[in-house]
Write a protein that binds this ligand. Structure first.
Ligand SMILES: [Zn+2]
Length: 58
C-alpha cells in the first residue's frame, strides 16, 4: 500500500482544492486505507456534530 496521506492533503481533497491527478491519487488511496478514510471524518465530526458519514459504524 502507498504511504498514508497528510491530513492537509485530505482536507484539500474534501474542499475540492486538488488537481485532477491529486484527486485521483487521494481517492484511490482512501479506497484502500481505512485510516485515511476515517481521519477526515473524525475531524469533521469534532467540528460539526450533525455530520454522520456512512463509513463510521458507531
Ligand atoms: Zn492511508
Amino acid at each position: 500500500m502507498d504511504k498514508c496521506l497528510d491530513i492537509g492533503i485530505i482536507q484539500a481533497f474534501l474542499d475540492g482544492e486538488l488537481s485532477h491527478d491529486e484527486t485521483s491519487a487521494v481517492s484511490s488511496h482512501m479506497a484502500l486505507c481505512d485510516s485515511c478514510v476515517l481521519l477526515p471524518w473524525l475531524k469533521l465530526k469534532a467540528k460539526r456534530r450533525s455530520f454522520s458519514p456512512h463509513s463510521i459504524a458507531n
